[in-house]
Ligand binder design. Structure first.
Ligand code: UDP
Length: 501
C-alpha cells in the first residue's frame, strides 16, 4: 500500500460525497476506509438523517475513530424521510426522483462544501474531491474552487457505458421505443453490446418516453458524460476480468479509469493485511439488521435456501408481491426473504391465502433487513433472487452464489442481462412477475441449471478474489490511484495539476 512519502508536502485531503442512498453510501464508505488505510486525510459528507441512521444501526463512529485523519461532516437535512421522493411502482420515473432528490439537497449542501473547498488553512484544504456521478452541482463547485475532481460511479461498467450511450441512442432514434412490441429487438447503438443487448435490457428510464422527456434525458446524460470526462479520474466498483471489454469502451472516452472493486471485499482484504489486523465489521446499514436469520440458516442443509432481497429502494405493487410470494412457496424451497416495511406501495387486498401462510411457516423466514454479506457467505445459501443492484451483484459474485434476477430500474436491467447472457452466473426474469415463472426459475437456479451456473460462478468468483489480492488488477489500480491523489496534493490544485484528458 502507498504510504505518504514526504512529510513536508501538504497532506492529501480527500472530500467524499455520495448520493444519500444505501447503494451509494456503502461503497463510498468502503472507499473512504481504503484511503484512510493509506494514511490520507478524508472528510465524508452524509446527510444528517443518514448519519443518524448509520450511528444508530452500525459501529460507524468506532470504526472510523481509529483513523486520525478521518472526519464525518453532515449536511443539514430538514427534509423528513416521509416527504422524500420514493419510487412507488415498477414503472417508476427514476430520473424525476433523482432530480428532485439532488435539487432538494443542493442548497443545503452548498454552504458546507464551499467552506471545505475554499478551506481557510493549508492543513484543512481539500486537495481532491471524489464526487458521486449523480451530483452534478458538486462538480460545478469543485470547478469554481479549482479543486481536482475524481468521479465515482457506483454502477457497473456495463450500466455506466449504457448511460454514456443514451444521447446517441436518442439521436439514432432507438430511444424512445414502443414497449411490448419491440422489446426483444437487438439494440445497435451501444458499442460492445451489439450482439446481445435487447431493448428490454436498456436502463429503465429509456422506456415509455415522449419527445420532450427524451430531450431532457439526452441533455441530462450529455452533461453527465461531459462531467465524467472532465474529471481527472474515474473510479468504478468493478474489476478488469469481469468487465474488461466494456471498460475499454469507457476508456475510449475517459482516459484515466480505475476499476478497484469489488470494494467490500477489497476493504476486507486490506484490513486483514494490516500488521495488527483491524476488526472487520464494516456494516454501513441504514436499517437495523436482523441477525436472527443466521441461526435459522444454521439449521438448514448446504445450498438448500434461496435468499430473496431487492435492495433498499425497490417497491412492489400488491399484485407483484403476491405473485412473488406464491412462486416462492410453490417452489418448495427454503427461502429467506427480506421484506422491508416499505416494500409495497399499497396495502394488500384481502386476507392472505392459507396455503401461503402455511408454506411460509414451513419453509420460509422473513426479516426486515438482513446482514446480506454474512447471509450470502452462509453455506446454506444456494441461490439469490435479486433486483440486480450492483452492490448485491458484486456481493453475490464474491460469495459465489448464482442469481435469479428480477431487475427494477436504472442499470439493473443491463446488469441482469450481463449476469445471464455474458457471464452465465444467473438467470434473468425481467419483465415477468408470474407465480409459475418464479417457481420454475427458482427450481432451475437451485436444481436443474445449478451445476453450469456454479461452474461459471466459481471462475468469476475466483477472478474477483484474485483482482483484490496483492498483485491483482484492482489492488494495483488502487495503489496507483493513491499515488495520483498524493501527487495532486503536491501540485496544489487544478490550476497547476496536469490534465489527463
Ligand atoms: N442490503 C443489506 N441487507 C438487506 C438488503 C440489502 O445489507 O436486507 C445491502 C446489500 O448488501 C447492498 C445494499 O444493501 O450492499 C443494496 O445495494 P444495491 O446496489 O444492491 O441495491 P440498491 O439498494 O442500491 O437498489
Amino acid at each position: 500500500m502507498a504510504k505518504m512519502e514526504h512529510q513536508s508536502s501538504p497532506t492529501p485531503h480527500v472530500l467524499i460525497f455520495p448520493l444519500p442512498v444505501q447503494g451509494h453510501v456503502t461503497p463510498m464508505l468502503h472507499l473512504a476506509e481504503l484511503l484512510c488505510l493509506a494514511h490520507l486525510q478524508v472528510t465524508f459528507l452524509n446527510t444528517n438523517h443518514n448519519h443518524q441512521l448509520l450511528t444508530q444501526n452500525t459501529n460507524i463512529e468506532a470504526r472510523f475513530s481509529r483513523y486520525l485523519g478521518f472526519t464525518f461532516k453532515t449536511i443539514p437535512d430538514d427534509w423528513p424521510p416521509q416527504n422524500r421522493p420514493r419510487p412507488q411502482a415498477s414503472n417508476v420515473n427514476i430520473m424525476k426522483i433523482l432530480k428532485a432528490m439532488v435539487e432538494g439537497m443542493a442548497p443545503r449542501a452548498e454552504p458546507l462544501i464551499r467552506e471545505l473547498l475554499f478551506g481557510t488553512t493549508e492543513t484543512d484544504k481539500v486537495t481532491c474531491f471524489i464526487i458521486d456521478g449523480w451530483l452534478s452541482f458538486a462538480y460545478d463547485l469543485a470547478k469554481e474552487a479549482e479543486v481536482p475532481v475524481i468521479a465515482f460511479r457506483c454502477s457497473s461498467a456495463c450500466g455506466n457505458w449504457s448511460y454514456f450511450c443514451i444521447p446517441q441512442l436518442i439521436e439514432a432514434g432507438e430511444v424512445p421505443f414502443k414497449e411490448n412490441e419491440e422489446m426483444d429487438r437487438i439494440v445497435c447503438n451501444v458499442l460492445g453490446m451489439e450482439s446481445f443487448l435487447r431493448y428490454r435490457d436498456l436502463p429503465s428510464f429509456c422506456r415509455g418516453k415522449d419527445k420532450s422527456s427524451c430531450d431532457d434525458l439526452r441533455q441530462y446524460f450529455m452533461r453527465e458524460v461531459q462531467q465524467t470526462k472532465q474529471a481527472q479520474f474515474l473510479i468504478l466498483n468493478t474489476f478488469e476480468d469481469l468487465e474488461g471489454p466494456i471498460l475499454s469502451q469507457i476508456r475510449s472516452q475517459c482516459s484515466q479509469v480505475y476499476p478497484i472493486g469489488p470494494l467490500h471485499a477489497h476493504l476486507k482484504y486490506r484490513l486483514g493485511k494490516e500488521e495488527t489486523p483491524l476488526s472487520n465489521n464494516s456494516s454501513s446499514s441504514l436499517w437495523e439488521v436482523d441477525k436472527s436469520c443466521t441461526s435459522w440458516l444454521d439449521l438448514k442443509p448446504d445450498k438448500s435456501v434461496i435468499y430473496v432481497s431487492f435492495g433498499s429502494t425497490t417497491t412492489f405493487t400488491a399484485d407483484q408481491l403476491m405473485e412473488l410470494w406464491a412462486g416462492l412457496v410453490q417452489s418448495k424451497k427454503y427461502f429467506l426473504w427480506v421484506v422491508r416495511p416499505n416494500i409495497i406501495a399499497s396495502s394488500l387486498d384481502g386476507p392472505i391465502p392459507e396455503d401461503l401462510l402455511e408454506g411460509t411457516k414451513k419453509r420460509g423466514y422473513k426479516v426486515k433487513w438482513a446482514p446480506q454479506d454474512e447471509v450470502l457467505a452462509h453455506r446454506a445459501i444456494g441461490g439469490f433472487l435479486t433486483h440486480s443492484g450492483w452492490n448485491s451483484t458484486l456481493e453475490s459474485i464474491i460469495a459465489g452464489v448464482p442469481m435469479l434476477c428480477w431487475p427494477y430500474f436504472s442499470d439493473q436491467q443491463v446488469n441482469s442481462r450481463f449476469v445471464s447472457q455474458v457471464w452465465g452466473i444467473g438467470l434473468d426474469m425481467k419483465d415477468t412477475c408470474d407465480r409459475s415463472i418464479v417457481e420454475k426459475m427458482i427450481n432451475e437456479v437451485m436444481d436443474e441449471k445449478k451445476e453450469e451456473l456454479c461452474r461459471s460462478m466459481d471462475n468469476i468468483s475466483q477472478a474477483a478474489k484474485r483482482s483484490i489480492a496483492e498483485g491483482g488488477s484492482s489492488y494495483s489500480n488502487l495503489n496507483h490511484l493513491i499515488d495520483e491523489i498524493q501527487a495532486m496534493s503536491k501540485k496544489g490544485g487544478l490550476k497547476s495539476s496536469s490534465s489527463h484528458q
